[in-house]
Write a protein that binds this ligand. Structure first.
Ligand SMILES: C[S@@+](CC[C@H](N)C(=O)[O-])C[C@H]1O[C@@H](n2cnc3c(N)ncnc32)[C@H](O)[C@@H]1O
Length: 259
C-alpha cells in the first residue's frame, strides 16, 4: 500500500503539504513521529515522503525523486550542436506538438520541450500514481532554476495511454512517443532502478500502435532494446544511439490517421 508521510521532525508547512498530497490523491496520511523508514516500508511497502528538500517515493528498491540530470546532459550536448538520436528520429522542431505516452522520469519530455520551445506543446502521460505524484511535484517545484521554466511547460497527466489516446481527436499531435519498461532492463540505466517497482509494465501491442496512429499527424515512435523485433508491432526499425537501444517508427501517410 502507498502512504504519505513526512521526514522526521517536520515543520508545520511540510506536515500540511503531506496531508494535502494524501487528501488530493485519496491516500492515507501517516504521521511520521519517530518511525524509521525501514519500519514504514515493512508496514506499507511504499511511502511518499515530504522533506525540506523534495518529495520522494521510497520502496525497498530505493528513493525515487525528480532530477533533470539526464535531460540536462542531453540539452547541454544539443546546445553544443550535437545531435540527439531520439529528437532526430522523432523529427521534432520548434512549434511541434509531442505526446509522450510513457512519462517516467520525464527526461524525454524535457528534451522534447527544449526542442519544441514555448510555441510547441509537450503532453506527458503517466499511469503509475506514485510516479505521477513525484514527477508532477518535481516538475513544478524543484530542479535547478534554469530548468524550471522548461519543466513547468510540460503538461503531465495521470492516465493510462490506452484510454487517453481514445479520447484525443484524430491528428492532434505531430508525434506520439512510447518508451515502455523493457522486459530486459539496461543494467547501466541505474536512474530507472527505483522507478521499476512502481512502474506499469504491460508490453506494447499492435492495438496500442493503432490507437497512436489515429492521434499522430506525422509519426509514432517506440523506444526498445536493440534486439526487439519491431515488425511485430508493424514498425520499421530506425536505428539507435548505442548497441543497447533502438527506435521503431510508423510514418503516418496523408489521410491515414484520421479514419
Ligand atoms: C521506461 S519509463 C519512461 C522513461 C521516460 N521516457 C524518461 O525519459 O524518463 C516507462 C514509464 O511508462 C509508464 N507506463 C507504462 N505503461 C503505461 C500506460 N499504459 N500509460 C501511461 N504510462 C505508462 C511506466 O509507469 C513508466 O513510468
Amino acid at each position: 500500500m502507498l502512504v504519505v508521510t513526512t521526514a522526521r521532525k517536520p515543520n508545520k508547512d511540510k506536515e500540511k503539504e503531506a496531508r494535502e498530497i494524501a487528501a488530493a490523491n485519496c491516500l492515507p496520511y501517516i504521521p511520521r513521529e519517530n518511525k524509521s523508514l525501514d519500519s514504514l516500508l515493512n508496514d506499507f511497502g511504499a511511502a511518499l515522503v515530504v522533506s525540506d528538500r523534495r518529495l520522494s517515493c521510497f520502496t525497498p528498491a530505493g528513493e525515487l525523486f525528480y532530477h533533470p540530470n539526464m535531460a540536462a546532459m542531453r540539452i547541454r550536448l544539443l546546445r553544443q550542436g550535437k545531435a540527439d538520436k531520439m529528437l532526430e528520429i522523432c523529427g521534432l522542431s520548434a512549434g511541434d506538438s509531442f505526446l509522450d505516452c510513457t512519462a517516467g522520469l520525464c527526461s524525454d519530455s524535457l528534451v522534447s520541450k527544449y526542442r519544441v520551445g514555448e510555441k510547441g506543446r509537450v503532453l506527458s502521460l503517466e499511469q503509475s500514481l506514485p510516479i505521477y505524484i513525484v514527477m508532477g511535484h518535481g516538475l513544478k517545484n524543484s530542479g535547478p532554476p534554469r530548468f524550471q521554466e522548461l519543466a513547468r511547460g510540460i503538461e503531465l497527466v495521470h492516465a493510462d495511454f490506452r484510454s487517453y489516446l481514445q479520447k484525443l481527436p484524430p491528428r492532434s499531435f505531430d508525434v506520439v512517443y512510447f518508451d515502455p519498461m523493457f522486459d530486459v532492463p539496461v543494467m547501466e540505466a541505474s536512474s530507472l532502478l527505483p522507478l521499476r517497482p512502481l512502474a506499469c509494465v504491460q508490453p506494447l501491442t499492435r492495438e496500442d500502435i493503432a490507437l497512436a496512429a489515429r492521434v499522430a499527424k506525422r509519426k509514432v515512435v517506440v523506444k526498445q532494446r536493440s534486439f526487439f523485433v519491431f515488425s511485430r508491432l508493424g514498425l520499421t526499425e530506425a536505428g539507435g544511439n548505442n548497441r543497447k537501444i533502438s527506435y521503431g517508427v510508423l510514418e503516418i501517410k496523408e489521410n491515414e490517421s484520421d479514419s
